[in-house]
Design a protein. Sequence first.
Length: 278
Amino acid sequence: MIYDEDRAIFFEITNICNHRCIHCCKQWEDNSINRIASFETLDKIISLPKKSLTISGGEPSLVRDKVYYLINNESKNITINTNLTGWSKQDIAFINNNDKTNFNVSVVSLKRDIYEEITKSITYDIFIKNLNLLNNKHYITIVVNNINLDSVDFTIKILLLMGFKNILVTPQVPTPNLSVDVNLVINMVKNLHNKYNNIANIVTQGFCNLDFCDHKCEAGIGRFLIDTKGDVYPCAPIHRECKLGTIDTDIDILKRNGTNFFLSYNDQQKFLCKGFML
Ligand SMILES: C[S@@+](CC[C@H](N)C(=O)[O-])C[C@H]1O[C@@H](n2cnc3c(N)ncnc32)[C@H](O)[C@@H]1O
Ligand code: SF4
């Protein structure tokens, strides 16, 4: 079977971050050296065929000049994964009014003590200030673990009052310090999905047997993750030994390697989030 269509590209523009989230899926990486993608790498990202571009990190708002370079030169739709704390009022106004670009905001909790416990940062006030500046076209991601589990209900209620319509609630991919009961989270999302169906789209991801699942796993066949060094992987939480090539590898070879990665799983596992199989 050949999966020939263009991939959604997730690009980690830097590994630098002002937060130290205890659930962060980038903990596997060697972050002893700060890396920021060069303009040469950005040009290669722009020239790659793609369905869409997601700018991730690290924290993209810490390298705003590079983010603007991509916004100004990329023709496909752009999503920016962000903790929201590094953008100015002007940046947010610009993105609010840019039809091609959306934020996907990580909301760990709207309770200050839990936010600070998870992010290990004192950025709550600027986060709330910036959240209030967003219009409701933007996406929200809540990664659930044992620490914020009890505050998810409260957080969702506030987000709905603020007018957000697209909210992804996902159990965290296990990290060295933290995990969560996945079934508990899935049941919670199911209840939230049913309860608020008429006002917002509340979904989870990676569990394709559920009707409130946002997407089946398409690591390698529908998406590529490209890190700051230019190495290409099937998806973000997937371990380093699954490298498919680099940004300089011929795109058809990358597609073939991605397809082989996907087909290496059996039929029961193929469409499930690989982050939970590590
Ligand atoms: C690594 S973050 C980088 C972008 C930005 N700093 C942020 O937090 O949104 C990229 C995405 O991964 C999500 N994420 C981080 N750790 C995760 C985990 N253990 N399981 C699932 N998603 C995770 C974040 O919520 C975010 O949507
Ligand atoms: S803000 Fe994003 S990149 Fe930074 S530590 Fe948290 S999840 Fe990781």
